[in-house]
Design a protein around this ligand. Structure first.
Ligand SMILES: C[S@@+](CC[C@H](N)C(=O)[O-])C[C@H]1O[C@@H](n2cnc3c(N)ncnc32)[C@H](O)[C@@H]1O
Length: 292
């Protein structure tokens, strides 16, 4: 165990640094040895030569190490949850590159829940709040001519991506650039068979007013909420992307599914389904709650 950690420390040191340190060590060793044989009037010159070698080696090590730090640590730009939209505008072009297996599984479950609900031969209205690029959910329904997909997002870059992905798809889409907190004003009087809030709550500083959203649900309509489980996001609090050597990180808001269910139940929602996905170590990764 000890030799492992010693060799990993040596491995981590740049080979040029090792060489300079060795030169400095030999020069100092030679100086100490020469003290025995050197005439006393020349000791000062020997000392000056060794000091110069030492200083040159130290400067070399500092330069090499500072260059290495520049290479390994990209600049990290942290985004506060209040600036989440700026974060999504910055990372939109890379958003779908970061979809992990676990994330795909969570989205697949949302798709399954929607499909189970669309079981009659009629037209359906779906409201997708914070729809993002649409690649993982909306795109699955691209050829459903009986669906009107109302998409809401506030990030213009995510909306642009959504438009690119859904371009020429037969699915009828209506794009609304709006804050979720204000959407009830934009959609007054409209009713939806499915409202989706997928991986959005953890990117908002607070939950939206669910009682106002309830007015937008059709009689038999369902609300599907899915997100990172608090247990997972507490250990992994940053949603981060590296783009062209720069690192961008959003500190997400942890969402506790039990508290969320309690909040919705208190205002009259009824939970009709719940699921969770596990991370690679068997701990909670994401939750999905479906309400009527
Ligand atoms: C992590 S992405 C999720 C995208 C998509 N729903 C999915 O499951 O892949 C979060 C999205 O919510 C949007 N968003 C966050 N806060 C919002 C708000 N207050 N109003 C509107 N959109 C918001 C962001 O712009 C971003 O596109």
């Amino acid at each position: 165990m000890m030799s492992e950690s010693r060799s990993s420390i040596l491995d981590a040191i740049d080979s040029k640094t090792k060489l300079l340190a060795l030169i400095a060590l030999i020069a100092e060793g030679a100086f100490v040895a020469s003290l025995v044989v050197m005439p006393p009037d020349q000791v000062l010159y020997g000392l000056i030569v060794c000091a110069i070698i030492l200083i040159v080696c130290i400067i070399g090590i500092v330069i090499i190490d500072s260059k290495n730090v520049d290479k390994t640590l990209p600049n990290i730009k942290n985004f506060n949850i209040k600036n989440a939209i700026d974060f999504y505008n910055t990372i939109a072009k890379m958003y779908d590159e970061r979809n992990s297996k676990k994330l795909l599984e969570s989205h697949r479950r949302v798709i399954e829940e929607i499909e189970n609900h669309l079981n009659e031969d009629r037209n359906y209205n779906i409201l997708d709040l914070g729809g993002g690029t649409g690649k993982l959910i909306t795109n699955h329904f691209f050829n459903k001519e009986n669906i009107t997909w109302t998409y809401v997002d506030k990030s213009t870059s995510m909306i642009k991506k959504f438009q690119e992905i859904m371009d020429e798809a037969p699915l009828r889409t209506e794009i609304i650039v709006e804050d979720i907190d204000n959407i009830h004003n934009r959609l007054k009087g409209k009713k939806f068979d499915v409202i989706i809030i997928s991986w959005v709550l953890s990117s908002m500083p607070h939950n939206p007013d669910f009682s106002l959203l309830k007015n937008l649900l059709a009689d038999n309509g369902i609300l599907i909420i899915t997100d990172n489980d608090q247990a997972h996001s507490s250990l992994n609090p940053y949603y981060d992307f590296i783009i062209e050597g720069e690192s961008y990180a959003l500190e997400i808001r942890p969402i506790n599914p039990l508290e969320l269910e309690e909040e919705l139940t208190e205002i009259g929602y009824k939970r009709i389904n719940s699921m969770c996905t596990k991370d690679d170590r068997g701990g909670p990764f994401s939750f999905q709650l479906t309400f009527k």
